[in-house]
Design a protein around this ligand. Structure first.
Ligand SMILES: [Zn+2]
Length: 126
C-alpha cells in the first residue's frame, strides 16, 4: 500500500468539505486533504483549485529558484524530431519525424518503445 501524503495546496484546509472535517464536536476543524495519490501539481495537489493556490504563492519563487528564460528558446531542424507511430498501416510502422523538414527516419519497435531515438529536447539520437 502506498504512503499517504498531504495536498500541498496552501489553502486546502480552508475549503469546507465533509472529507476535510476532523475532530470531536467541541473541537471541530478542517484539515488539509491526505491521500495516497493526487491528480494535480504532478501528484501533489488534490484539486485544480489547490494547484492554482500553490502556483499563486510559490510559482514566482520557483521561477526565481530555477531561473527565468533570458533569451528565446529556438526550434530548428536539429531539435524538431519526434517519435511517431503510423497506426493506419497494416503492420505498425515506427519512425522519427522532423516537423520542420518533414523528413522521416524509420525506427524499430524497440527504439519506439524505449524512447531512445529522440532526446527529451528533440534531437535525433540514432
Ligand atoms: Zn488540496
Amino acid at each position: 500500500m502506498s504512503q499517504l501524503k498531504y495536498c500541498q495546496g496552501p489553502k486546502c484546509h480552508t475549503y469546507d468539505t465533509k472529507d476535510r472535517k476532523k475532530g470531536p464536536k467541541d473541537n471541530k476543524r478542517n484539515e488539509t486533504r491526505r491521500r495516497s495519490s493526487f491528480y494535480y501539481l504532478n501528484n501533489n495537489a488534490c484539486s485544480m483549485q489547490c494547484q492554482g493556490d500553490w502556483f499563486d504563492v510559490y510559482g514566482s519563487r520557483a521561477l526565481q529558484h530555477f531561473g527565468y528564460l533570458t533569451q528565446p528558446k529556438v526550434l530548428t531542424q536539429d531539435n524538431a524530431w519526434r517519435v511517431r507511430r503510423d497506426w493506419r498501416a497494416d503492420t505498425d510502422t515506427f519512425y522519427a519525424y522532423n516537423y520542420l523538414t518533414e523528413e522521416r527516419r524509420p525506427l524499430t519497435q524497440e527504439q519506439y518503445n524505449n524512447d531512445s531515438a529522440v532526446t527529451d529536447d528533440g534531437r535525433l539520437a540514432i
